[in-house]
Design a protein around this ligand. Structure first.
Ligand code: GCU
Length: 599
């Protein structure tokens, strides 16, 4: 994908689908690194990028140069530097980098032997936060912006049998034009935060596919397959689903794309109670890709959300991507299992993955566990709505997560944004994102944490008068009555008037509590205060007749530089139902009891 923003061209290939199941070589492990706050390895002393030099100076870190004579002046040497683990953020791996925001250079040397001589090779990053510039053997592959979505570059003609050196510049500095922008309420973990791997493909390979149940015909599976390669036109492809005894033969058009429909009356639908996944093979004469796909329909009807045409109440919880094991950026299957098992124990059938796309383990495990998922684009708070490159960046990050997860049955909602102040340029920005999303994936629902306000000036009656409410499929909003807005007893004075004929999901409510701090329910930060907030809020929410569920804030305490109250917060947002060291607070059991008694 090639897109221009600011004054640079950023080039990366179209994303390869389902690398999760493809043969690949992980480059995880220890990489050398250089901390470079002045970007001294990228610019010369006149602040001109070494990239633009026809023959880059040896001072450019991406050349990975060595001193070749005793008199030579060279002021870096990757191989003599300390190492850092990939995947992983630098903040929690290196104490000196805990608050660091800037550039870190990574270097990995490796040999590579092709499995098949004529194959092609791609370098695939699952995520890197935030701006990433990639060089292989001194050649710039390209740049990626965005901290939570995958990207890849073809390296077929660059890779050598031995002594390859991969140099990656990662810069996590926040910026006003960024997505997210300068201000967030989470830790700005920097680095190669998810796996980096080499993906080998046949010369003409399965680049992309979308295989889904038709939302309006439960006997129909439909979609497309796209090939990449010189020999992609009029190619035979077979979609083989053994358990349904389906072998669908299709032929690609001149562009290497083939669409299809499969009719079967025997489909077992994926659901939260029975998360049935089919093994689906996409076979060409060069490849056999397998995926595990659940077939289900998701839509709204008036104020209801219908899963397989049956109304469902979303018993949810919000989750940040933070590891309960390392207390840094989460990325492993172990992290995903811990978080989603806690959600299951809470009685959830739904999770809101806030405020950005999480790692692929989360959505693939949710597929297996029968947990519905809200995935969110990090268009958070005060984005630069009038900046064209900000929009291009937001759209690209959305495109990348849709490309990665569009075959996941668990994913039912694409969230465009969180708590963004209304304005004409914000409404236009979000509407354009929603239009783009519907065109790219018409099978899922669109939402966002919208703005709410007093109803007709009555401060005891709340409503949603956000213009974006007319665009979304599901009305969602965050409300903090009892924490930021009065005390918990205020909940009993508040009612809600929602005028739109759409389902309502409350995307956040909650209160902070330091686990183990006890007192009476009016003492802020006690577990009893948080517990009472949940009791009073659940009573209030029961009066919103079109409420179809909610995802309280939040499953686990998480790091935030905004939260500095000594002995209580100490750099943690304490609204978790579970502390960062895995201890449940009293409010956990209030919500668990509510969900277990909710049919
Ligand atoms: C907001 C926001 C969250 C934040 C939470 C809080 O609603 O969406 O990202 O962490 O409130 O203040 O704890």
């Amino acid at each position: 994908m090639l897109f221009i923003f600011s004054n640079a061209t950023f080039a990366q290939e179209d994303l390869i689908i389902n690398t999760y199941n493809r043969p690949s070589t992980s480059l995880s492990g220890n990489w050398n690194y250089i901390v470079d706050p002045y970007e001294n390895g990228y610019y010369n002393y006149r602040h001109e990028p070494f990239d633009l030099q026809a023959t880059p100076s040896k001072s450019a870190f991406f050349t990975n140069s060595k001193q070749e004579s005793p008199s030579e002046l060279l002021e870096y040497d990757f191989d003599s530097m300390d190492t850092i683990a990939v995947p992983g953020d630098w903040n929690t791996q290196k104490e000196k980098l805990f608050y660091y925001e800037g550039t870190v250079w990574y270097k990995k040397s490796f040999d590579y032997v092709f499995m098949e001589k004529q194959n092609r090779l791609f370098l695939y990053f699952e995520a890197s936060n935030y701006k990433t510039e990639v060089y292989l053997n001194g050649k710039k592959l390209g740049t990626h912006v965005g901290g939570f979505t995958p990207f890849n570059f073809e390296v077929t003609n660059l890779i050598k049998d031995t002594n390859n050196y991969l140099v990656v510049k990662v810069d996590n500095k926040r910026s006003k034009e960024g997505v997210p922008t300068l201000s967030t309420d989470w830790w700005n973990y920097g680095g190669l935060t998810r796996d980096v791997k080499l993906v080998e493909t046949s010369p003409t390979f399965v680049q992309d596919y979308f295989i889904q149940l038709d939302n309006y015909n439960s006997n129909k599976i439909k979609g497309y397959v796209t090939l990449n390669g010189e020999d992609k036109a009029t190619k035979n492809i077979q979609i083989y689903i053994p358990e349904l005894n389906i072998r669908k033969n299709i032929v690609t058009n001149i562009n290497g794309k083939a669409t299809f429909e499969i009719i079967s009356k025997d489909i077992k639908f994926w659901s939260t109670k029975n998360p049935y996944l089919y093994t689906v093979h996409i076979k060409t004469d060069e490849e056999n890709i397998t995926d595990q796909i659940g077939f289900r329909s998701i839509k709204t009807k008036g104020k209801q959300i219908l899963l397989n045409n049956t109304p469902i109440y979303l018993k949810g919880i919000s989750i940040h991507e933070e590891s309960p094991i390392t207390h840094g950026r989460g990325s492993t299957l172990e992290d995903a299992k811990t978080l989603l098992n806690w959600a299951k124990e809470l009685g959830c059938n739904y999770v809101r993955l806030a405020h950005y796309p999480h790692n692929e383990h989360m959505v693939r495990l949710a597929d297996k566990m029968g947990i519905l998922v809200w995935e969110e684009n990090p268009v958070y708070w005060t984005i630069a709505w009038d900046n064209a490159s900000t929009y291009a960046n937001a759209e690209n990050q959305l495109a990348e997560v849709i490309n990665r997860d569009k075959n996941r049955a668990s994913v039912i909602i694409w969230s465009m944004a969180n708590e963004t102040p209304t304005s004409p340029s914000r409404n236009q920005f979000l509407t354009k994102l929603a239009t783009y999303t519907r065109a790219k994936d018409p099978t899922r629902l669109i939402s966002a944490a919208l703005e709410q306000s007093d109803y007709n000036g009555n401060k005891f009656v709340r409503t949603i008068n956000d213009p974006f409410a007319d665009v979304v499929d599901i009305l969602s909003f965050n409300q903090y009555i009892g924490w930021y807005d009065g005390l918990p007893e205020k909940c009993s004075q508040i009612s809600w008037v929602i005028e739109q004929d759409k389902p309502v999901l409350i995307s956040e409510f909650g209160a902070g509590a330091k686990q183990g701090f006890h007192g009476d329910k009016n003492t802020r930060w006690t577990e009893e205060f948080q517990e009472n907030l949940y009791v009073e809020t659940l009573k209030m929410l029961e009066n919103i007749e079109q409420l179809q569920g909610f995802s309280p804030w939040i499953l686990v305490d998480f790091r935030s530089p905004r939260r500095v109250l000594p002995k209580i917060q100490d750099g943690w947002n304490r609204k978790g139902l579970i502390s960062e060291d895995g201890k449940k607070k009293k409010a956990f059991f209030v919500l668990q009891n509510f969900y277990n008694n909710k049919n």
